[in-house]
Ligand binder design. Structure first.
Ligand code: ADP
Length: 438
């Protein structure tokens, strides 16, 4: 059951219950207690006997007639002192008793009435009360009828509310599904609602907003792509010109300067290459996946690393099997993690992998400085670097982790960082493994 309907349901039930009590107390106050009325009708025979037979007795014969009634009746008739009867009744009904009225007590199926007001029936009769008990009073039936009325009114209200909230609910479900998919990066998704849906205007606005966001993201991607692309031509021309200059240079100092400029240019070239890669990943909607052997792929990642004194130990669990993935992209992600480890480790790097029934976990551990806990979310942002002076020496742009994360996300996986048992950073790629281990 949806939440809107449930809340409405509770609210309606509470208000019907409150209305029932208000009606009861208002009626009781204005027209007398309805239950009292029912009980009075049920005890009508006993009241009739008292008023039309016992009370009609000549002077001093009142008690005799009462005894006659006692003999033939199922009800019990007791005489009690007025003070005791007053104590048995609530304040509101004491006044009725005082003025000689019949006071019904529904709960104990009895009534009280003063014998008389001026002591003419026997000596001291004005201070006595007749208490009739075991009367044929049964308000159960009346309460059942009230309950039935309550249930019918509740159903009559709840059915239209259920239908009404169902129409809201379906529309809202569709909007929430769309928001989930949009949040997961599928920017082309839109809500499809019928014009008759109650939330149709809201859906239209959300669709309009989604359209604007998609267009903005697209234009931002295009801009990044075009700028990076346009930079390639002048960089290539500069590289060519520097090579020509270097070939003609006679002066050693000039050669050194040219070499430095070539170094800067190659850095610029790498930056453009990484930016282009990132924009390609951003605009990729789906993967060109193929079945790939994980063991071979990961060993290949280690083998193709640039030469470094920091050796990588490959500790792959047996039976990694195959997985449907874009091998080039995953190798790029793992390669980025390994190259980072090579930059920051103190001599020990381990690439490990294991397969569980529904996932594959690939981890890169090192014994370098690690990543402080408060920086762990931000290091995946493009151009974010931890310690800039340290990184200038290591020469990164702060794009490697962002590219790795995008590549893993495209596979439906996650990339996280934690503290390694080796003391440094531990980057863990988790990939869903829905296909059976082959
Ligand atoms: P870069 O190209 O600068 O290495 P990355 O996006 O790959 O950019 O990494 C972002 C930052 O995260 C790096 O500048 C570095 O400070 C930190 N970092 C990445 N990997 C490691 C690691 N294995 N150990 C310590 N710090 C790391």
């Amino acid at each position: 059951m949806n939440r809107i309907f449930f809340r409405f349901f509770v609210l309606v039930m509470l208000s019907i219950t409150a209305a029932t009590f208000v009606i009861y107390f208002a009626f009781a106050r204005l027209f007398g207690d309805p239950l009292d009325d029912i009980a009075r009708r049920q005890a009508a025979a006993q009241i009739f006997l008292l008023e039309q037979y016992v009370d009609q007795a000549p002077r001093d014969e009142w008690l005799t007639r009462l005894n006659n009634v006692r003999e033939v009746s199922d009800a019990r008739y007791d005489l009690m002192p007025l003070a005791q009867a007053r104590d048995a009744l609530g304040a509101g009904r004491r006044a009725d008793l005082e003025r000689g009225a019949i006071v019904i007590d529904v709960g104990s199926k009895s009534f009280y009435r003063r014998v008389d007001l001026d002591g003419e029936r026997y000596i001291g009769s004005q201070d006595e009360v007749l208490h009739a008990q075991d009367l044929p009073i049964d308000i159960g039936q009346a309460l059942k009828m009230e309950l039935l009325r309550y249930v019918i009114v509740a159903i009559a209200l709840l059915v239209p509310i259920a239908l009404w909230s169902r129409s809201h609910w379906q529309g809202l479900q569709s909007l929430s599904r769309m928001a989930d998919e949009f949040g997961a990066g599928k920017l082309s998704v839109r809500a499809h609602l019928k014009p008759s849906d109650t939330v149709y205007p809201l859906g239209e606005r959300i669709n309009h907003m989604a359209g604007r966001i998609e267009a903005l993201m697209e234009s931002q991607r295009n801009l990044l792509h075009s700028v990076s692309h346009e930079l390639r031509t002048p960089i290539a021309r500069l590289e060519f010109a520097l090579e020509l200059l270097d070939a003609k240079a006679r002066d050693a100092d000039l050669s050194r300067r040219i070499a430095a400029m070539e170094g800067d240019l190659s850095e610029l070239n790498n930056l453009v290459k990484e930016l282009l890669d990132m924009s390609k990943l951003d605009s990729a909607r789906s993967l060109q996946g193929a079945e790939a052997d994980l063991d071979a792929l990961l060993r290949d990642c280690c083998a193709t690393l640039p030469p470094s004194p920091q050796q990588v130990a490959c500790e792959l669990a047996p039976g990694l099997g195959t997985l449907e993935l874009d091998a080039r992209l995953l190798a790029r992600a793992v390669g980025n993690l390994l190259r980072n480890a090579q930059k920051y480790a103190q001599g020990r790097i381990v690439l490990s992998a294991r397969r569980a029934p529904d996932l594959v976990e690939i981890a890169v551990d090192d014994n370098g400085p690690g990543i402080p806990a408060e920086e762990r979310d931000r290091i995946f942002d493009p151009f974010y670097r931890l310690d800039r002076s340290r990184d200038r020496a290591t020469g990164g742009f702060g794009l490697g982790l962002s590219i790795a994360q995008k590549a893993v996300l495209l596979h439906g996986g996650t990339l996280r960082v934690e503290t390694s048992t080796m003391g440094g950073a531990r980057f863990v790629i988790t990939l869903p493994a829905n296909s059976p281990n082959k």
